[in-house]
Design a protein around this ligand. Structure first.
Ligand code: TMP
Length: 210
C-alpha cells in the first residue's frame, strides 16, 4: 500500500509556522511531490466549525478539559476525512499543529488530566503519529509581540498571559527531548531563510524516493 509522509509543525504563538509551512510546501511542489497543506484545529469542514468554537471568545470560555475533548473531536474528523486518505494516496501531508499542541496547551498550559490526553491519543491518533515534527522555538516575549502585530481574530489562546506561554514553551521542548526520533527543535529566532534551511535539513533525509 502506498503510504505518504506526515509532517507536523508545532510551537508557541508567533513562531512563524505559517510562513515556513508554505515555503516547505512550495519547495516540495517544485520537486513534483504531491502535498496537502492543512491545519489543526480544523482542516476538514467539521473540524473548521469546531475551530470557530475553540478560538473565538473570552480566554476562560472553555475549561482545559472541555478544550481537550473539542480538540480531539476535531482531530478525529480531520484524520478520518483528510489526513489518512491523503497518506493512503502517497501524499505528503504538512499540518500546522497536531497532538503535541494539546499536550502543551491543554496539558501543560492548562490543567487537563494527562491520563485523558493519553487516552485520546491512543483512541484517535493510534499509530498515525507524524514521521517528523518540527518544533519552532522562540522566546515567549518575541513570539507574543509578533503574534500581536499580526492582529486579526482567533486570539483566545494568545490572551492567556506570559506564564501560560512559558509553560507551553517548556512543554514543547520536553516533548522533543522525550521523542528525539520524531521531533526536531528549530531555532525560530533567526532570519526566515535560515529557519527554512534548518527545516529543510531536517525534512530532506526523511523523504522517501519517488
Ligand atoms: P494557530 O492557527 O494560530 O496556530 O492557532 C491555533 C490555536 O489553537 C493556537 O493558539 C493553539 C491552539 N491549539 C490548542 O490549544 N490545542 C491544540 O490541540 C491545537 C491543535 C491548537
Amino acid at each position: 500500500m502506498a503510504t505518504g509522509i506526515f509532517i507536523t509543525f508545532e510551537g508557541g504563538e508567533g513562531a512563524g509556522k505559517s510562513t515556513q509551512i508554505r515555503r516547505l510546501a512550495q519547495r516540495l511542489n517544485t520537486m513534483g511531490r504531491d502535498v496537502v497543506l492543512t491545519r489543526e484545529p480544523g482542516g476538514s469542514e467539521g473540524a473548521e466549525a469546531i475551530r470557530d468554537l475553540l478560538l473565538n471568545g473570552a480566554a476562560e470560555k472553555w475549561s482545559a478539559t472541555t478544550e481537550t475533548l473539542l480538540m480531539y473531536a476535531a482531530r478525529r474528523d480531520h484524520l478520518e476525512r483528510v489526513v489518512r486518505p491523503a497518506l493512503a494516496e502517497g501524499k505528503i501531508v504538512l499540518c500546522d499543529r497536531f497532538a503535541d499542541s494539546t499536550r502543551a496547551y491543554q496539558g501543560a498550559g492548562g490543567d487537563a488530566d494527562p491520563g485523558l490526553i493519553e487516552a485520546m491519543e491512543r483512541y484517535v491518533v493510534g499509530s498515525d503519529w507524524p514521521s517528523v515534527t518540527l518544533i519552532l522555538d522562540l522566546p515567549v516575549d518575541k513570539g507574543l509581540t509578533r503574534a500581536a502585530s499580526r492582529g486579526g481574530g482567533e486570539a483566545r489562546f494568545e490572551s492567556k498571559g506570559q506564564a501560560f506561554h512559558e509553560r507551553l514553551r517548556a512543554a514543547f521542548l520536553a516533548i522533543a527531548e522525550r521523542e528525539p526520533q520524531r521531533c526536531v527543535v528549530v531555532v525560530a529566532d533567526q532570519s526566515i531563510d535560515a529557519v527554512e534551511a534548518d527545516i529543510w535539513a531536517a525534512v530532506e533525509p526523511r523523504l522517501k524516493a519517488g
